[in-house]
Design a protein around this ligand. Structure first.
Ligand code: N7H
Length: 486
């Protein structure tokens, strides 16, 4: 039986390739180098062999040939372009979606081996206005998605004036996510898609993400290793020691763990809600803040004090080592450990409250992060003037089956609010993504000075500024040739 299941999966992987020679949207070629980094400390994906032998996928009945790749691979991409578009001719677009785009959309299964990865991995997702343009009016079970992200910009803590005009509003109908190892290859894929889709769509905005150069591969722009704490999807991957596990339906619509599974339209099963945010990071200003506000200590050099302060704000050292286990200095070799507690206000503890809260959180608020940095490295002039002059930051992407339980809960309740869960020590707001509010224009944190945990650091600067975003539905691949193109 297992033998036949393996054959079935192999056939599903190979069949589209055979059927699609002649598709102008497909760029030819085979891969010898993986599309993904293998970054020590980040969760390891199962191999194609493991999945084909059904060691991990059968219990969750995940159809990995139907799930788009970005939902499960996390933050190990080398380069990724976000290409936002509006649909201009729905009839024409539907035909091309079915005949040309769907066949080149990359599945989760395809990404698990270099030999099955395409030259450029392609995903596609639609906003509510995109579904409406396609005349798909089904209730997909998310008020946030239906309203669009701009509508709740203020509730999220954004200043709508910082949104790029092309993202403000609801004119973005969809987004292509194009991942590869070089920008040239991505550009070739863009040209092929544009030539194929013609005037059925028009580009609204694009953003090229890229992993940072050595020695910062895998690190976000403030310098911290990113993408460490991701939930293991039960049935897809075996959790590594200390890694939290989640039922698949917390991330994938319609699966075990999705509270609304019974009422989801059939065609959405195997999809996920994609939250996109273009988050500019004010790196020189952040570094200056660390220098100015680091708690004083006679035992540490200025550099050690600022490093320690930054680590306590995030909850991890730049290497990824948890501050909880290594409170006084970074420990590069321990960067693969996943910790359980650190300052209450620290970003990772705000985003995943752990010990010290009066109940077990469960798994329903977990998200799968899939972002990538964008923009150039900080220049000498920017460092010297402590002033950002070029846009850089994190193309934040998170997948979940409930935008409300996932991203919105994390940003609005746990990120922006002070003193959630009545923790023993007033702790302040998330120093990385917590936003100022009308009632609390200044942000503040405690727990930064281990010798005086109650000391309150108050500041008015914001180091992360949202330049716009949208809520999308990343449908299962079958919906591209089914409901969405009918
Ligand atoms: Fe965060 N950072 O560099 O400071 N994040 N984040 N994030 N984040 C994490 O575990 C960062 C943002 C989460 O279970 C790490 O991957 C930056 C948003 C969650 O331990 C680092 C930005 C949201 C976790 C950063 C940013 C989240 C997490 C530690 C914006 C959701 C896992 C490494 C520019 C609303 C928590 C790691 C856990 C970890 C940073 C944004 C959520 C270093 C710079 C918007 C759930």
């Amino acid at each position: 039986m297992r033998f036949f299941q393996s054959i079935l999966i192999s056939v599903l992987v190979v069949a589209p390739t055979l059927a699609l020679s002649g598709n102008p949207a497909r760029i030819p070629g085979t891969r010898t180098r993986s599309l993904l980094h293998r970054i020590p400390g980040l969760p390891v994906l199962p191999t194609l062999k493991e999945v084909q032998s059904h060691r991990v996928s059968e219990s969750a009945s995940l159809n990995l040939t139907d799930i788009q790749f970005d939902i499960v691979v996390g933050q190990q991409k080398i380069k990724q372009l976000f290409y936002f578009f509006t649909i201009q001719n729905a009839t024409d677009f539907k035909t091309k979606l079915k005949d040309n785009v769907a066949p080149i959309v990359t599945s989760a299964l395809q990404m698990l081996s270099t030999s099955t990865q395409p030259i450029v991995a392609v995903n596609i997702a639609f906003s509510q206005t995109g579904l409406t343009a396609l005349d798909v009016t089904d209730d997909v079970g998310s008020q946030e998605f239906t309203a669009g992200q701009f509508q709740s910009a203020t509730e999220l803590g954004d200043d709508p004036a910082t949104w790029k005009p092309e993202l403000a509003g609801t004119s973005v109908h969809g987004v292509f996510l194009l991942a590869s190892d070089t920008e040239d290859r991505i550009n070739t894929q863009v040209a092929a898609l544009e030539a194929t889709l013609g005037t059925s769509i028009a580009k609204v905005h694009s953003l090229l993400g890229a992993s940072r150069p050595e020695p910062n591969v895998g690190h976000e722009m403030f310098g911290f290793l990113d993408g460490i704490s991701q939930p293991a999807i039960i049935g897809f991957q075996d959790p590594s020691p200390g890694q939290a596990a989640t039922p698949p339906g917390v991330i994938v619509i319609g699966k075990d763990g999705d509270d609304q599974a019974a009422s989801r339209p059939d065609w959405t099963i195997g999809g996920s809600f994609l939250v996109f945010r273009q988050l500019d990071q004010m790196v020189p200003e952040f570094n200056k803040f660390l220098l100015d506000k680091a708690p004083t200590s006679t035992d540490l050099t200025v550099e050690q004090r600022t490093e320690t302060f930054g680590a306590r704000l995030v909850g991890r050292w730049k290497s990824g080592a948890p501050i909880d286990l290594f409170p006084t200095a970074d420990n590069v070799t321990a960067a693969t450990d996943i910790n359980t507690h650190c300052p209450f206000a620290a970003h990772i503890r705000a985003m995943r409250p752990r010990k010290g809260i009066p109940f077990d959180l469960g798994t329903s608020n977990m998200i799968m992060r899939a972002g990538i940095p964008y923009g150039p490295e900080v220049t000498t002039e920017e460092s010297q003037s402590n002033t950002t002059t070029q846009e850089r930051g994190l193309a934040f992407v998170a997948y979940q089956s409930s935008v409300n339980d996932g991203f919105v809960r994390l940003q609005v309740l746990w990120g922006n609010q002070e003193n959630i869960f009545g923790k023993p020590l007033p702790h302040g707001v998330d120093p990385i993504i917590g936003m100022p509010t009308a009632n609390r224009p200044n942000r503040w944190v405690t727990g930064m000075d281990p010798t005086n945990p109650a000391a309150n650091i108050t500041y008015s600067t914001t180091f992360v500024v949202n330049r716009g975003g949208e809520y999308f539905l990343t449908p299962p691949i079958s919906a591209l040739t089914g409901r969405l193109s009918q």
